[in-house]
Design a protein around this ligand. Structure first.
Ligand SMILES: Nc1ncnc2c1ncn2[C@@H]1O[C@H](COP(=O)(O)OP(=O)(O)OP(=O)(O)O)[C@@H](O)[C@H]1O
Length: 292
C-alpha cells in the first residue's frame, strides 16, 4: 500500500519545471527527499498537501485524489510542516493556536500537546512572532503531532533547532513511527537525519527524479576503495568507477558497480588497502553529476 502516488506530476515554475514525476511513497516507512537548493522538494510537498496545483498529472493520498475540491477530511490524517512559518499565526500564542487546532482536528489530543510543550520548554502564552526561530519551529511541530496524524509531510523540520532539541525531535519522529502504520516524508539537507530516520531516499535534481532507493541498498551499492600509488596505472579504465582522487601516497576510487569492479581487481590481482562506506553527501554529488 502506498501512502502517496504521483502520476506524471508536473509543476511549471518560472525557472524550473518540476517533473514529470512518477513516484510511489510506501506507507509505514520514512522517505527522505534530498537534493540541492531549488531542486523542487518544497514544491512537491506543497502539491502533495493540495496547496500548489500541478500543471499536469495526478496525486493520490492512498486512494484519495489530491485536488482543489472542498473535501478536506483526508487532510485530518496529514501533518504538514511547511518550510516557512505561517504568518497568519504570528500574533497567536501556542495555547490560542492549539484551541483552533483542537476545534478543527477531531483527533486533537491535549495531553500530547501539553506534554510536548513541557518537554520542549515552549512558553504557552508567548506570541509566535516573539519566539526564536527554533522555538517557533518546535511549536509548529508540536501542533501537527498533537492531532495524531498518520502521515507527516515535513519540509526541513529541524531548521533552526539547537542540537539538544534536534535529538528530541529525532526521538519523537522515531516514536511516531513506532506507533502503528505511520509514514513520514521529509525534505532535508541534514545527512544525519537521513541516516537515522530514512528507509528510502528520493534524490531530486532540477525538478527531476534521479533515484528512489532503499537506504541500505544505496549504501551497499557505493564503496570507497583506497590503493597504493603503485597500482594507479593498472586501475585506469577499471569499470564502475565514478570518481578518482590521487595524491602522492595513494589512489581513492569511488565505485558504484561493486561486482564488476571487484571482478576487475581479482582478474588483475590488485588488493585494496582499505574499503569503506561512501558518505551520503558524496553519493549525492556523484549521482547528480551529468544530470541535465
Ligand atoms: N511559490 C512559488 N512561486 C513561484 N516559484 C516558486 C515558488 N516556490 C518555489 N519556486 C521556485 O521553484 C523552484 C523550486 O523551489 P523549491 O522551493 O521547491 O526547491 P527546494 O528543493 O525545496 O529548495 P530548498 O532546498 O532551497 O528549500 C525554484 O526555482 C523556486 O524559485
Amino acid at each position: 500500500m502506498n501512502a502517496y502516488t504521483l502520476e506524471a506530476v508536473e509543476k511549471h515554475r518560472e525557472h524550473l519545471r518540476v517533473g514529470p514525476l512518477n513516484v510511489e511513497f510506501p506507507s509505514g516507512c520514512v522517505t527522505a527527499i534530498v537534493g540541492v537548493n531549488g531542486s523542487g522538494k518544497s514544491t512537491m510537498l506543497s502539491m502533495m498537501i493540495g496547496l500548489a496545483h500541478p500543471n499536469q498529472g495526478n496525486i493520490y493520498f492512498g486512494q484519495q485524489r489530491v485536488d482543489a475540491d472542498h473535501d478536506y477530511e483526508w487532510k485530518q490524517r496529514i501533518g504538514y510542516l511547511p518550510e516557512q512559518p505561517n504568518s497568519e499565526d504570528d500574533y497567536k500564542t501556542p495555547d490560542q493556536l492549539a484551541t483552533v487546532y483542537a476545534y478543527w482536528y477531531k483527533n486533537w489530543d491535549w495531553q500530547v500537546y501539553q506534554s510536548m510543550m513541557a518537554k520542549y520548554e515552549i512558553p504557552p502564552k508567548t506570541r509566535l512572532n516573539k519566539m526564536s526561530k527554533g522555538m517557533r519551529r518546535k511549536c509548529e511541530l508540536i501542533m501537527i503531532l498533537s492531532y495524531r496524524p498518520d502521515v507527516l509531510l515535513l519540509d526541513e523540520p529541524s531548521s533552526g533547532l539547537d542540537p539538544v532539541s534536534w535529538r528530541y525531535v529525532m526521538e519523537d519522529l522515531q516514536k511516531f513511527m513506532d506507533d502503528g502504520d505511520r509514514t513520514i516524508i521529509i525534505a532535508t539537507h541534514i545527512i544525519d537525519e537521513v541516516r537515522r530516520l530514512a528507509d528510502y531516499i528520493m534524490f531530486l535534481h532540477r525538478g527531476q527524479l534521479v533515484q528512489f532507493v532503499e537506504k541500505d541498498e544505496l549504501f551497499d551499492a557505493w564503496k570507497e576503495y583506497w590503493f597504493n600509488i603503485s597500482e594507479a596505472a593498472q586501475l585506469k579504465g577499471a569499470p564502475g568507477v565514478k570518481d578518482t582522487l590521487q595524491d602522492g601516497v595513494g589512489v581513492r576510487l569511488i565505485v558504484n558497480d561493486i561486482p564488476q569492479f571487484e571482478d576487475y581487481l581479482q582478474r588483475h590481482n590488485i588488493q585494496p588497502i582499505r574499503v569503506q562506506t561512501v558518505p551520503l553527501d558524496e553519493i549525492m554529488l556523484q549521482s547528480i553529476k551529468g544530470v541535465k
